[in-house]
Ligand binder design. Sequence first.
Ligand code: AMP
Length: 217
Amino acid sequence: MKRRIILMGAPGSGKGTQGEKLAEAHDFEAVSTGAMLREEQKKGSALGEMVRELIESGKLVPDEMMTALVADWATHRSSERGFILDGFPRTEPQAEALDRILEERNEAIDAVLFFDVPFDVISDRILGRVGCSACGKIFKIGLQVASVDASCPACGGKLVRRADDTLETLQQRMAEYELKTAPVLAYYEKRGLLTRISADGEPDAVFKRVQAAITSV
Ligand code: AMP
């Protein structure tokens, strides 16, 4: 089974949801660089403040900052445990840096799953989602919760929208994705690591495809 896995795809393609499911099913560590940055913002750290404007305008954070964050994560993790990386790499220099970081530890990526979804599904998901400020779970307005004013169905916590989940910011995030992230797919395809997964549909249906992809040889 594949144990060191990268999840790639446009914003709202389901990387976070599927990453959590995979981590739970196989006791892998789920790592999201977006979540790491939001955590820094919550703490009010210097890094969190530095990246706030970039995130809220839908721009990518500079490669050096992101690579330093991931290098720090790598030095603290146990290589015994598999991992799911969601949201990194997002540029070619980040992909090259990740290879070097793992190589230093005699490790390498086993699989890259690309979640393919049409734009209308993406905007529907992004503009209709809320997250719990306490437990972090994500819900769909109109399906699992009535509105952003409801309480978290899982823990009763306060629901919030991500500051970058607006139509304007989504358009900028998509532009960054097309320009800088989509070319990274070729980087992994050349090495035979890329599996394309249709990520349209309910999370459980997509998860079956994900499971099949990571257990195939
Ligand atoms: P995400 O939660 O993955 O959608 O990330 C939210 C935002 O965090 C992105 O729109 C970027 O501004 C920033 N971000 C997260 N990961 C990276 C990365 N690997 N490189 C650059 N910016 C990132």
